[in-house]
Write a new protein. Structure first.
Length: 311
């Protein structure tokens, strides 16, 4: 079966060679075929181009490195189908991933975003993730927002097919969790379909960006809870939970970032630095916590986790 007019699997790539062929072949070996493109963010080698030429895959190369978020967006720009999925170059698709999407689309032609459950795996083998996700058809994203608050952030953006006309662009003023910022910001405007089967394999390894830049990601999390999810919550209970998560996320940030690093982060002009500066100006408790040495905050935070106050 061929659905090359419906879906493009786009692979944004840069430098890293180790897992690319396996990821690409998982897209090629789908039971239902779709378009595949590779978008190279100006790597220093021609490895991707050579592999794509050998396998008959459309290859694009940026004239310069435009950053990760913008390269993800370029995948949408270069795709000519109704739906687009960004497959990371270190992950793997189940052979029936596209088939699952097509079947969901046949039942619900109006879906804006399709996702599946996923597996995390590393060199030691597979292991399940800790997230709680909603599945089935959702006419709007209220449940996505609720689950993001009630069970903490965990929307599997990397396992998502998105209607191209609904993609509005990632925030590129700073790195971190820009994919979550985008999806939670617009979730109430989308219809969703989630397949509960684990059809996406997410690879954990030392070369991935989330490990190299863990502090950057931590810096963006409280903003999502406080400025996005809390504002979209439908009731007081959810708003309180979102506030609680924001507080503990800020405390966790301080537990790994000293005063010098916090100063560096707040000196940059972006939505996250402005958020943190406002919290430090207006919230005496947060200000007091951030005044303490990170080692002290780390002890407090770990103690609170141990007794179950936070997770």
């Amino acid at each position: 079966m061929d659905y090359t007019d419906l879906l493009t699997i786009a692979m944004p790539v840069y430098e890293r060679k180790e897992f690319f062929v396996e990821a690409l072949e998982s897209a090629i070996n789908q039971t239902v075929k779709c378009k595949i493109i590779v978008v190279d963010n100006c790597s220093s080698h021609n490895f991707y181009e050579q592999v794509c030429k050998e396998k008959g895959i459309t290859y694009y190369r940026n004239d310069e490195n435009i950053g990760m978020a913008r390269n993800f967006g370029r995948c949408f720009d270069l795709s000519e189908t109704e739906y687009v999925m960004n497959l990371q170059d270190d992950d793997i698709l189940s052979p029936i991933y596209v088939e699952s999407f097509v079947n969901a689309h046949k039942q619900h032609p109006n879906i804006d975003l399709f996702f599946t459950n996923f597996i995390q795996f590393n060199s030691s083998g597979e292991f399940h993730h800790r997230h709680t996700l909603p599945f089935g058809y959702m006419e709007n994203g209220e449940k996505i927002i609720e689950y993001g608050i009630r069970y903490k952030l965990g929307f599997p953006f990397m396992a998502s097919v998105i209607k191209k006309t609904m993609y509005s662009g990632f925030y590129s003023g700073f790195g971190g969790s820009y994919d979550w910022v985008w999806i939670y910001s617009i979730a109430d405007k989308f219809s969703f379909y989630g397949d509960s089967r684990e059809l996406y394999c997410y690879r954990a390894h030392e070369l991935q960006d989330t490990i190299d830049n863990s502090l950057t990601y931590r810096f963006t999390i409280p903003y999502i809870y406080d400025e996005i999810l809390k504002q979209k919550a439908k009731n007081k209970e959810l708003r309180q939970i979102a506030s609680k998560h924001a507080f503990w996320s800020l405390m966790q940030l301080k537990s790994i970032a000293g005063k010098k690093k916090i100063k560096e982060l707040t000196e940059k002009e972006n939505i996250y630095s402005n958020y943190l500066k406002n919290k430090l100006d207006s919230d005496w408790l947060i200000k007091s916590i951030f005044f303490l040495p990170k080692e002290i905050v780390d002890i407090i935070y770990r103690s609170m986790r141990k007794i179950g106050v936070t997770s």
